[in-house]
Design a protein around this ligand. Structure first.
Ligand code: FCB
Length: 457
């Protein structure tokens, strides 16, 4: 088992010229304005309205009110010194029914956001899908319906046409394995379905949607740099029992392999292939495996897996060994696993890697002096960026790093009870307070820019 590494200070580490420093967010988690200016409902609006789904009955209705406060939030990014901002477009904001009539006010919001980013010298990285499927499409089966790949391609064409003159970095999906497995297989996320056959269909249809969107983007924005964002977590057995070892292998196939393998290697993991086969049509793998330019990696921790009869996978999240430190949300802190993951992804897929999410939840409080001293987050980020630099020295081709997240925000099933931001959000007033980790990150970016070496990225 990996141990926690000692963190070095920012001045002991350096990045190659051109290394991208950024922050990430997503539409449903920060925008709010859920019923404003013609936005249609998403599956997350529906899911949040169901009793017992979200901690404290929280919803994304207001979230960080970023829809109205985006200019102030870009001001924070400038203060940080990031060169890039990864956000997602809310599909139901621009196509309230998911297809058909376009909502001009929704597109205009992203125009304002993109223009303000560019004016601030911050490159927009646009993710097409961070889990907020239009409810109207879910009513037609959503991802369990093969037609959803075509609806996604049409939505992608709209985005390419409208923003392709200014946006040159696109990701198709954020963490397809997370929203597919939790949304359609083992529970815990919208739309809250647990059904083996619907899960298998969803996996295949999301893969088809990815391939179709890549084709649309290549044709519409030929000079763009394209990728997809995967959450890769080493799956470790929660005990020495052989059934937990088998469960960990199976979980790894679904969680880490079901999307990147067909997309980049043109095959499903062997443990999965026979189950997906009934939903495949001739030529599908060629439709899915389209050349992309980079691998977006989200990484927080390894996973401890145990055999479990209560879901269609026969495997589920197990306990973290007591000796492993954990964050406030319970996720293990193991930066060595991050270094190993970067090297493993580099070896397996041979693409430049952008770390598009890394960060930690923490119990943050505003002190009497008005400051938020989130030392555990500073320690976490130091240890994880150090692990990344170790991986780069060992040969991993890492071109950028984005912290999750710029702001505290709506953390899915945990609602607002878990804070992941480097900026504190006082939800009743929407006041933003940069935390100690914000200042630490700004210093890291400055220090690495000063000591940047040539070669690499
Ligand atoms: C990732 C999600 C992101 C956020 C972080 C903490 O899995 O992509 O939206 O919730 O976890």
């Amino acid at each position: 088992m990996a141990s926690t590494r000692r963190a070095t200070t920012p001045d002991k580490i350096s990045a190659p010229h051109g290394f991208v420093w950024g922050v990430s967010t997503s539409s449903y988690q920060i925008e709010g304005a859920a019923r404003e200016d013609g936005r249609g409902p998403s599956i997350w609006d529906t899911y949040c309205a169901q009793t017992g789904r979200i901690a404290n009955g929280d919803t994304g209705d207001i979230a960080c009110d970023h829809y109205h406060r985006y200019a102030e939030d870009i001001g924070l990014m400038r203060e940080l010194g990031v060169n890039a901002y990864r956000f997602s477009v809310a599909w139901p904001r621009v196509l309230p029914q998911g297809r058909g009539a376009v909502n001009e006010s929704g597109l205009a919001f992203y125009d304002r956001l993109i223009d303000a980013l560019i004016a601030a010298g911050i490159e927009p990285w646009l993710c097409l899908y961070h889990w907020d499927l239009p409810q109207a499409l879910d009513d037609l089966g959503g991802w369990t319906n093969r037609d959803c790949a075509g609806w996604f391609a049409d939505y992608t064409a709209l985005i390419a046409r409208r923003f392709g003159d200014r946006v040159k970095r696109f990701a198709t999906f954020n963490e397809p394995s997370v929203f597919s497995l939790l949304g359609y297989g083992i529970g815990g996320q919208a739309p809250g379905v647990t059904d083996r056959s619907l899960l298998l269909r969803t996996i295949h249809h999301v893969n088809l949607a990815h391939g179709a969107a890549i084709d649309v983007l290549r044709a519409g924005v030929p000079e763009a740099s394209l990728g997809i964002i995967h959450n890769h977590q080493p799956c470790l057995p929660a005990s020495d029992a052989p059934q937990d070892a088998a469960a960990a292998r199976k979980f790894d196939a679904y969680w880490n392999g079901a999307f990147p393998d067909p997309q980049l290697l043109a095959h499903y993991p062997p443990l999965l292939a026979d189950f997906i086969a009934p939903y495949e049509q001739g030529g599908d793998l060629a439709r899915i495996c389209r050349p992309i330019d980079w691998f977006g990696l989200n990484h927080y921790s390894p996973l401890y897996v145990q055999a479990f009869d209560g879901n269609p996978l026969g495997a589920g999240f197990g306990p973290v060994p007591p000796e492993v430190p954990r964050t406030s949300i319970g996720w293990p802190v193991q930066p060595d696993a991050f270094r190993d993951t970067l090297l493993a992804i580099h070896e397996r897929y041979r693409l430049p890697i952008y770390v598009l999410e890394n960060g930690t939840a923490n119990v943050d409080e505003v002190g009497e002096n008005g400051k938020v001293i989130d030392q555990p987050r500073v320690d976490f980020l130091k240890a994880y960026t150090t692990a990344m630099f170790d991986a780069m020295r060992a040969g991993a081709d890492v071109r950028g790093y984005f912290v999750w997240s710029l702001l505290d925000n709506f953390e899915w099933g945990s609602g607002y009870s878990q804070r992941f931001g480097i900026t504190y959000v006082d939800y009743p007033t929407q006041r933003r307070i940069p935390k100690a980790s914000f200042h630490w990150y700004a210093q890291l970016i400055k220090a690495t820019a000063l000591s940047a070496y040539s070669g690499g990225g």
